[in-house]
Design a protein around this ligand. Structure first.
Ligand code: ZN
Length: 161
């Protein structure tokens, strides 16, 4: 999910045939992946979704701390921290949740339950809306500029404190 340098890869690839797909096994509502104004690809609701519902599970290859460090240095990566030791790499076996973009005023939040990362709705979502989540990048790592467009945008994907 995180992106080190969004400015270098702003537009989605041209060919429709390369559109990433959602694994229906981990999706609990109708959604699709399509080009996003925020960054490359995004996930969109194809139906109204009530608040506090499980929308999707974030899946990926399990990586230990050493492997996470190596893969995390890539310019574009999809690492999601599960706990102090394990990280999931959504680029390998990802459900599609790895394409959910960051927003400072998101409509989803992540709930880690029994070593599963579940994306839940924070508020009701209407059909056609892009699904977003706050990546909560640490304040002491490389700053990533945010262009989410939210009124409350903090300017970086990193937390300020
Ligand atoms: Zn923002």
């Amino acid at each position: 999910m995180p992106v080190k340098n969004p400015s270098k890869s702003k537009s989605a690839p041209k060919q429709a045939s390369t559109t990433p797909q959602i694994n229906p096994k981990y999706a609990f509502f109708k959604m699709k992946i399509a080009p996003s104004e925020i960054h490359r690809w995004g996930l969109y609701a194809l139906e109204d979704i009530p608040a506090k519902k499980k929308v999707m599970e974030y899946t990926g290859e399990r990586c230990n701390r050493k492997e996470t460090k190596i893969r995390g240095d890539a310019e574009l990566n999809y690492m999601f921290t599960l706990n102090s030791y394990w990280t999931l790499d959504g680029s390998v076996g990802g459900s599609g949740a790895e394409y959910i973009n960051h927003c400072c005023d998101p409509n989803l939040y992540a709930w880690v339950f029994k070593e599963h990362i579940l994306y839940m709705t924070k508020r009701p979502i209407v059909k056609g809306e892009e699904l977003t989540i706050d990546y909560h990048f640490a304040k002491d790592v490389d700053k990533v500029i945010c262009s989410c467009g939210a009124k409350t945008c903090r300017g970086t994907i990193n937390l300020l404190k």
